[in-house]
Design a protein around this ligand. Structure first.
Ligand SMILES: *Cc1c(COP(=O)(O)O)cnc(C)c1O
Length: 369
């Protein structure tokens, strides 16, 4: 039986092994293992890729969300609007600063934050809105930007899953005032370890984030504020520089795979397919189906050689980390997504022939339920 992997993080190494090994040797021989030319080069390349003025490499995607909030002085007593339906890091980024996450339920079509709900959640304590381009599908940000400007709020995109996605032709990363990216290995632009980046057009914010990520210091041993240590390794930066020129081709492959799934699975009773907002292009980090008999579907697909995953099985407000504070709240759309979601294989490791075969198996199994 043919086995279809859910994702293959090793694929991007093996497909670029000679260049990766050369990048490794270059950094090793440079004697610069924190900061330096390899990091600066990647930061410039990634800013240019997003169409932003500044990029600051940081330790991981969580820190890429925490540091801009800290840079803006957001903390205890402040509120930050977040989607109920997201990976837990979005909420933790807010709670780590001491500010209060204010969750808004999902739009049932896109599974992203409900835009009307955002406006309704603004209070005098609100300091920021953190939309998440979940599964790679952009939240349309024009209206959010106007809302943020009207209320003097920071609009910070959680772009961890959305590198290369677009809204109105603009890339995720430049849709708000700043954005956090993750280079976790499983992400669309993955490093070979942890990594992240903050992207912005705001010089002051970029400089404050860089300072906070490096012991509150711009000049060695002069510590202007109480910062921390959250830096992107030059070794990871060098690997990411090798990958970045290939990202658009990988994203194009993801889009073609999604188009195959959309076509083959369009009219299967019981299946709900992911929808992308008009005017946006998803980076298709994940292809997330919904089905009322999700567990049976998942079991049958695994038995047929199709690896699956759940994004996410437990809503944040019911997870151990947050249940004490948020467990009494109800987010019916998010709860339904967690109960019915099923992610099928997605990534440049799959050919279009693989995608056709996977879709045919999903169709057959769903029809039999
Ligand atoms: C992966 C992810 C993060 C955190 O990134 P790390 O690099 O794992 O810290 C934040 N938000 C979302 C939506 C993510 O998927």
């Amino acid at each position: 039986m043919q086995e279809y992997k859910f994702l293959d993080v090793g694929f991007t190494y093996t497909s670029l092994a000679a260049e990766m090994d050369a990048a490794y040797a270059r950094v090793m021989q440079s004697g610069m293992y924190i900061g330096g030319a390899a990091l600066e080069a990647f930061e410039a390349e990634f800013a240019a890729y997003c169409g932003a003025k500044y990029c600051v490499g940081v330790g991981n995607g969580l820190e890429a969300l925490v540091l801009p909030l800290r840079a803006r002085g957001i903390g205890p007593g402040d509120e930050v609007i977040v989607p109920a339906n997201t990976f837990i890091a979005t909420w933790l980024a807010v709670s780590q600063t001491g500010a209060q996450p204010v969750p808004v339920d999902a739009d049932p079509a896109t599974m992203n934050i409900d835009l009307a709900g955002v406006a309704a959640a603004i209070t005098p304590r609100t300091r920021a809105i953190m939309p998440v381009h979940l599964y790679g599908a952009p939240v349309p940000c024009e209206g959010l930007r106007a809302l943020a400007e009207a209320h003097d709020l920071l609009l910070i995109e959680d772009s961890a899953q959305a590198v290369g996605a677009t809204d109105g032709g603009k890339k995720a990363g430049v849709l708000g005032h700043c954005a956090g990216f993750s280079f976790y290995p499983g992400k669309n632009l993955g490093a070979f370890g942890d990594g992240g980046a903050v992207v912005t057009d705001d010089a002051e914010l970029a400089s404050a984030v860089r300072m906070l990520s490096n012991y509150g210091s711009k000049v060695k041993y002069q510590h202007e504020v109480a910062g921390g240590n959250s830096r992107l390794d030059p070794l990871q930066a060098a690997f990411l520089s090798v990958k970045l020129p290939h990202l658009d081709a990988w994203t194009a492959q993801r889009r073609e795979i999604a188009a195959v799934y959309d076509r083959v699975l369009a009219d299967i009773p019981g299946l709900t397919l992911p929808q992308v907002s008009p005017g946006t292009q998803s980076a298709w980090h994940l292809y997330v189906l919904r089905h009322e008999q999700r567990d049976a579907l998942q079991k049958a697909l695994i038995a047929r050689g199709v690896a699956c995953a759940l994004h996410y099985p437990v809503p944040n407000h019911q997870s151990g980390a947050f249940v004490a504070e948020f467990g009494h709240m109800s987010f019916p759309v998010t709860e339904a997504i967690c109960r019915t979601c099923l992610s099928i294989p997605m990534g440049p490791h799959l050919s279009l022939t693989d995608a056709e075969a996977i879709a045919a198996i999903v169709a057959e199994v769903a029809r039999s339920l």
